[in-house]
Design a binder for this molecule. Structure first.
Ligand SMILES: Nc1nc2c(ncn2[C@@H]2O[C@H](COP(=O)(O)OP(=O)(O)OP(=O)(O)O)[C@@H](O)[C@H]2O)c(=O)[nH]1
Ligand SMILES: [Mg+2]
Ligand SMILES: [Mg+2]
Length: 311
């Protein structure tokens, strides 16, 4: 007897003979027990099962946000010796993976990432995959995860091996207005700032100040941003404003137009010699920014990211 698993394994090598509207699968494995299953073809009585599928079409006119977050990255960061509190390699790899998502999937107008998360915003007019939430989310998550593994060595080199396959959860959220979408992105960037300020002081207290992690935690209890800035400045001579923007602001990926000029040699039919001509092409490329997206300036500089609210 073949177990169900063995049958599954056998099926790719099986030959299927179609006779009188019925499919007969025969095992191609020599020596194994051959099976011949007769299965009714399309339009069978089984087809009703497809009506159990849920319609998860995203509401029209809304921005579709897919947010990914690394699963148990606290442990992943420890096991892969991430630098505390910010690991440039890890942030670079997250950015590269997000870049890959934007390159491969259509209609993403902007992406924002920090720590182990990335948000991808599909244009409100997008009709990609008929706006089916599960399709959008799973494509984003799987492209991101495979890119993360694929590009690992480019960022961590040979010394730091990838010890196990990382994974990312995904969720879909719809935002009906430009204000809502901007507030969503502001929320994520504010989160980046709050966490980074805390982590910067915390790890300075531990690594340079000699405090244990619980002593550092105790010292920071009840402190506000100004207190943390003061500790950084007075105890460690660090001006938080001068910390790298990628740590403080996260990463924004957008499409930008660039002009590319190339020289070509062409020979016109009525001319004897080749002529050198310069050709300028406009190309869309993805650019990374580590700037404030809470205020108006960024949005005024890039007016094409948001679509008209239409009201
Ligand atoms: N050392 C270090 N750790 C990082 C860095 N980026 C992310 N992390 C870790 O990743 C965690 C991300 O936080 P969360 O997403 O809230 O938590 P999580 O452990 O991933 O758990 P779940 O998301 O609930 O599965 C942080 O708490 C850090 O421990 C980094 O650059 N350096
Ligand atoms: Mg996480
Ligand atoms: Mg997270």
């Amino acid at each position: 007897m073949l177990t169900p698993l063995a049958c599954l394994r056998a099926s790719p090598l099986s030959t299927i003979h179609i006779a009188a509207g019925r499919a007969v699968a025969k095992s191609a494995f020599k020596g194994s027990v051959s099976f011949s299953a007769t299965t009714a073809m399309a339009k069978s009585k089984f087809e009703y099962v497809r009506y159990f599928e849920r319609d998860d079409t995203c509401l029209r006119n809304c921005y579709i946000v897919v947010r990914l977050d690394g699963r148990n990255f606290h442990r992943f960061a420890e096991q892969h010796n991430f630098v505390k509190p910010n690991d440039e390699r890890a942030l670079g790899l997250m950015m590269r993976s997000a870049h890959s998502v934007m390159e491969e999937l259509e209609d993403i107008a902007i992406a924002y990432g920090q720590s182990d998360e990335y948000s991808f915003i599909f244009k409100r007019s997008s009709n990609w995959f008929k706006r089916r939430a599960s399709k959008l989310m799973t494509h984003v998550a799987s492209q991101f995860s495979s890119a993360y593994v694929f590009y690992w060595k480019d960022y961590f080199g040979e010394q730091q091996k990838l010890l196990y396959p990382p994974s990312f959860d995904g969720r879909v959220v719809l935002y009906p207005s430009n204000r809502n979408l901007r507030d969503y992105l502001s929320w994520r960037q504010a989160d980046c700032h709050v966490n980074n300020l805390y982590n910067t002081v915390f790890w300075n207290l531990v690594q340079k100040g000699g405090l244990t992690t619980s002593e550092a935690e105790e010292k920071l209890k009840g402190t506000v941003a100004a207190d943390k800035n003061e500790i950084l400045f007075s105890e460690f001579n660090i001006n938080y404003n001068n910390e790298p923007p990628i740590y403080k602001k996260g990463t924004v990926l957008i499409w930008d137009k660039v002009n590319e000029t190339t020289t070509k040699h062409i020979k016109l039919p009525h001319e004897e010699h080749e002529k050198e001509v310069t050709v300028t092409r406009t190309r869309n490329i993805i650019t990374a920014h580590h700037c404030d997206i809470i205020g108006n300036e960024f949005w005024e500089e890039h007016p094409n990211i948001l679509e008209d609210d239409g009201c």
